[in-house]
Design a protein. Structure first.
Length: 105
């Protein structure tokens, strides 16, 4: 997740066109910060379950709002991105819902 956050900061202007809301660059930076903060939370194991639940929600929003339309139209890249985001969201939800606070890595 950390590298996805870095990519959001490195390529904000290129990604802004995919954002279906006004203020595209702002949203790219905000979600990039979310990726980085989630990664840090997981590594230091502070609020990691909450971070994973929020990360899963964010990834599902990406999948539905950004990639689903292209996937339905048959765009292979959109389909790949849709499936990636859904899979990562599933992993984030699994960690957020199944990991107990006392679990060790």
């Amino acid at each position: 997740m950390f590298i996805f956050g870095i990519f959001h900061f490195m390529n904000a202007s290129a990604m802004a066109g995919m954002v279906p809301l006004p203020g595209g660059v702002f949203w790219v930076y905000l979600t990039g910060a979310g990726f980085i903060l989630a990664a840090i939370s997981i590594v230091i194991r502070k609020y990691d379950q909450l971070a994973c639940l929020l990360l899963g929600i964010m990834l599902l929003i990406f999948a539905l709002a950004i990639h689903l339309g292209g996937a339905i139209d048959g765009d292979q890249n959109s389909t790949t991105q849709f499936l990636k985001d859904v899979a990562l969201a599933g992993g984030a939800f699994a960690y957020g819902l199944l990991a107990s606070p006392s679990d060790e890595l």
